[in-house]
Design a protein around this ligand. Structure first.
Ligand code: GDP
Ligand code: GDP
Length: 436
């Protein structure tokens, strides 16, 4: 089930990102270790007591050159569109401002629960400052101090009261859930339409899920598929929808609900930083991945063009060496019919289980070929390996001392496992555990 989503809104400088960072804490992401991929500090998972949720700092979503008030308006609309609960932050130092009132007016029009936090109440003597904010009409204002971490617990308790109960449609485990992610205008919605328009595809009723997400369900060659969260692609026209940060937010939401993620690249424009960042999130989340190069019709080609583009992708997406690449055109529909079988194949690999006996043979052969590393006179010993889970396939290797398992040796083992079994399209994880 997808986690509840909380969005922080408010005019600039009230302390949104300070509060966001406090709530999120120090979460080090593997994505940050991938060269060329940096964390957008606008979206993160978080925990409060027993609650797991995702949190968005809408203040971090820049809406191009729009004027000040337009920016704030768009950010509030994003919160309404994306969140289950909205945390509206104002500043206790300045009192109610015109910009606060404007945000309030936009939030009134939504059905979403709003919790009001009055920030910068750094000490108890300042608590009287909160009374003015009753006028905003969101009930009791919560005094907080993002800078000092005061009052955030009460604020989050209140937000958690509004978390939806199990509301998401839960699909059967054998349904393949996939999504198209990528920068604005790469052709994600065109690809969805191209697939649903395929002759042998049987589209069933569109099922509504929560948060205005609309999934498309269809059957192809006796396999049921669901295309995740295409609503954002269909209703277009909002000012923020073409911004890159918003596309990242959309991508993260889709990744969370998918088994297979198709990372769409615009073949006409080539590879951009943002493509890598979005793909990095999918990799980190452990989803099966297909790289889709779209708009291939618009590319001037000779017999080497595809190969060259492929090499460029491999060079830029070093961490996705396992992902197959498909060149398509949503416009002419060329090779769109190749896409579904590839999605099916990587999905099968994503949930592939291998036999422990064969796995251990593979690992022992690998060790015989390339001896385990030593450190300070101690040699890594591998006793036994086993696959502990799927989606993505995850292996535990029992060793004498996990610290001796170097990244490069783990990489080597991963490559041997990949040579022995078909894990095309799926990340695999190797965990070293000390044998007691
Ligand atoms: P945002 O624009 O809403 O994301 O606001 P920031 O988080 O960037 O904070 C704006 C300014 O307010 C910064 O200088 C922060 O250090 C300051 N600030 C944030 N929270 C508090 C607080 O609880 N107390 C005080 N005194 N200052 C704060
Ligand atoms: P999204 O923002 O990623 O959902 O992109 P859209 O599907 O809305 O497509 C953006 C633009 O690219 C539209 O004008 C499409 O007609 C165009 N487009 C999409 N796919 C193709 C393609 O395969 N070839 C060409 N030439 N144009 C395409």
């Amino acid at each position: 089930m997808a986690k509840p989503v909380v969005a922080i809104v408010g005019r600039p400088n009230v302390g949104k990102s300070t509060i966001f960072n406090r709530i999120v804490g120090e979460r080090i992401s593997i994505v940050e270790d991938i060269p060329g991929v940096t964390r957008d500090r606008i979206y993160s998972s978080a925990e409060w007591l027993t609650h797991d949720f995702n949190i968005i700092d809408t203040g971090g979503i820049d809406i191009g050159d729009e004027p000040f008030l337009e920016q704030i308006r768009a950010q509030a609309e994003i919160a309404i569109d994306e969140a289950d609960v909205i945390i509206f932050i104002v500043s206790g130092r300045e009192g109610v401002t015109t910009a606060d009132e404007m945000v309030a007016k936009i939030l009134y029009r939504s059905q979403k629960p709003v919790v009001l936090g009055v920030n910068k109440i750094d000490n108890p003597e300042m608590r009287d400052q909160i009374y003015d904010f009753y006028a905003l009409g969101f009930g009791e204002p919560f005094p907080i101090s993002g800078a000092h971490g005061i009052g955030l617990g009460d604020l989050l308790d209140e937000a958690a009261k509004h978390f939806p109960k199990q509301d998401e449609i839960v699909y059967d485990d054998d349904v393949i859930k996939f999504s198209f992610i990528g920068r604005p205008n790469v052709g994600k919605s065109s690809l969805v339409n191209a697939i649903l328009g395929e002759e042998r595809v049987i589209v069933s009723d569109i099922e509504g899920t929560t948060r205005d997400a609309i999934d498309s369900s269809y059957t192809f060659e006796d396999q049921e598929y669901v295309i995740i969260d295409t609503a954002g692609m269909r209703k277009k026209g909002k000012v923020y929808e073409s911004t890159e940060k918003y596309s990242v937010l959309r991508a993260l939401r889709a990744i969370e609900r998918s088994d297979v993620v198709c990372v769409v690249i615009n073949g006409e424009e080539g590879i951009r930083e943002q493509d890598k960042r979005i793909a990095g999130y999918a990799h980190e989340a452990g989803r099966a991945i297909v790289i889709v190069v779209n708009k291939w019709d618009a590319v001037e080609k000779d017999e080497k063009t595809m190969k060259k583009f492929e090499e460029k992708i491999r060079e830029h997406f070093l961490f996705l060496s396992y992902a197959p690449i498909v060149f398509v055109s949503a416009k002419t529909k060329k090779r769109v019919n190749n896409l579904i079988p590839v999605i099916r194949r990587v999905s099968e690999n994503h949930s592939l289980r291998v036999q422990s006996s064969i796995l251990n043979e593979v690992i022992m052969d690998a060790v015989a070929m390339n001896p385990t590393p030593t450190d300070k006179g101690q040699r890594l010993r591998i006793y036994y390996s086993t696959q502990v889970s799927v989606k993505p396939p995850t292996f535990v290797v029992f060793v004498n001392n996990p610290e001796l398992m170097h990244f490069s040796y783990e990489r080597f083992l991963e490559n041997r496992i990949r040579d022995a079994f078909d894990f095309e399209g799926t990340p695999i994880r190797i965990l070293s555990r000390q044998r007691k």
